[in-house]
Write a protein that binds this ligand. Structure first.
Ligand code: NIG
Ligand code: FE
Length: 427
């Protein structure tokens, strides 16, 4: 493939290390910015990052016998490919009707308890075959790519039977192979108690721990295990049983915690040493302190709070307490149907008072840590995967300022241009 030389960028945000652990506190503001920078890619790796002068010299010295593709980044901002560490992107059907219901006063939980919400999406997803799921999900992945997102975590949890959970995870695996966006899979059979188990949720917990988890692991279909620990869904005790069973099978724990009511989810995450706890809108002070102590990453989802018209998480309190924070869309059909991770950064700044520096850290290196990929992605450092975004922005601050439009111009995934002039290239 030869060399790709991204020349003369107004700013390059490198997120250069130390990146052995997720960033906390003041380190969340260290972006490693290079003014008038250049980046060189060789095949699917980053070969050089520095000032444009240095990068030009590197190209000169290494271009013998190689094809050199030059991408002009004059007046542009260059960042690592964005990482979305929390999505439910594999599903069928849409739920725009619920927005109307919520605008008329119904709550998210009321809709779910009446058989809508996650149950509705489960019905549609069970009805869909793999081909339909691949078609619908690929379109969402294209949109992610258009918004600069080159890696997403993808949870199951709209199947809620062994076969349908496997179907979702197989679709994620297939898309990981076929689509430029990388998918990292999480088994979330504990997304809801399916209606057929309404009277006996513990029987469903047993199905998860005794059948689903072993089968998912034997087929190599997931790396993480997640639970919707919430009043009326799974109790902290049931959540612990599920996550510990997952851990015994080698699945790393994540947890949907304290989204609607304070429920001890943050505390549980710290106790079992979860990689991350997500949502945390109503996390207790004690839970936040415990997460900081254990280094549990808070994956915050301000788009979900916005779309559910509720108070967002206490990001400032978490960062000040030393919790490493990542950000995500939570892309799903019910509580946050957007693929725009840049919009999520805007919301993080405007509704949770995160700084532009913290927001960028939260969608790059800290997000990579939340899916245990920080050795490969999340920063522009020599040897890492060549996932790079060019924004039509003169500096990183501008991203948080010119909101509501897509500023992504070029996306390079694994060394290949996949978005040009804001458009997805065929293939
Ligand atoms: O993270 N909170 C639980 N699960 C998803 C929403 C899923 C849905 O509504 O379909 C979330 O917001
Ligand atoms: Fe979620």
């Amino acid at each position: 493939m030869g060399l790709v030389y991204i020349r003369n960028a107004a700013q390059v945000v490198t997120m250069a290390g130390p990146n052995d652990k997720p960033r906390t506190g003041a380190a969340m503001s260290e972006l490693g910015v290079i003014e008038r920078g250049g980046v060189v890619l060789e095949d699917n790796r980053i070969a050089y990052v520095g000032t444009d002068e240095e990068a030009a010299r590197y190209v000169e010295q290494h271009s013998a016998g190689q094809e050199v593709t030059v991408i002009d980044a004059t007046s542009k901002l260059v960042t690592p490919g964005l990482v979305d560490p929390h999505t439910h992107v594999v599903f069928a059907g849409t739920r725009e009707k619920e927005l109307g219901m919520r605008l008329n006063g119904a709550t998210y939980m009321e809709i779910m308890n009446a058989g809508g919400g996650i149950h509705y999406s489960t019905t549609r997803t069970r009805e869909a075959d793999e081909e339909q799921l691949i078609r619908e999900t690929a379109k969402r992945l294209d949109r992610f790519l258009e918004h600069g997102v080159t890696t997403v975590e993808a949870k199951s949890g709209y199947g809620l039977t062994l076969e349908d959970e496997l179907k979702q995870l197989r679709v994620a695996r297939q898309l990981h192979e076929q689509h430029p966006v990388d998918l990292v899979s999480t088994f979330m059979g504990a997304h809801a108690v399916p209606r057929e188990y309404k009277g006996d949720p513990d029987a469903y917990v047993r199905l998860i721990t005794e059948e689903m988890i072993p089968t998912v692991v034997r087929e190599g279909l997931a790396e993480f295990c997640d639970v919707f620990c919430e009043e009326g869904v799974f109790t902290p005790e049931q959540s612990r049983v599920i996550l510990e069973a997952g851990m015994q099978w080698g699945l790393l724990p994540k947890i949907h915690a304290d989204e609607i009511v304070p429920y001890g989810g943050a505390e549980l995450a710290a106790e079992i040493g979860a990689v991350s706890a997500e949502h945390l809108l109503r996390a207790s002070d004690e839970g936040i302190r415990a997460m900081a102590k254990k280094g549990v990453i808070a994956v915050l989802l301000p788009g979900t709070a916005f779309f559910l018209m509720t108070k967002p998480a206490e990001a400032r309190q978490m960062i000040d307490a030393g919790v490493p924070v990542a950000l995500s869309t939570d892309r799903n059909p019910g509580s946050c149907p957007t693929e725009s991770l840049p919009l999520i950064m805007n919301l993080a700044c405007l509704t949770m008072h995160m700084t532009p520096e913290e927001a960028l850290t939260a969608v790059t290196i800290n997000a990579a840590h939340a899916i245990r990929r920080a050795d490969r992605i999340g920063s522009l450092e020599v040897g890492k995967q060549a996932d790079v975004v060019l924004f039509d922005a003169p500096n990183y601050l501008y991203l948080q300022y010119h909101y509501g439009v897509n500023l992504v111009e070029t996306v390079i995934k694994n060394g290949r241009v996949v978005i040009q002039d804001g458009r997805r290239l065929a293939g």
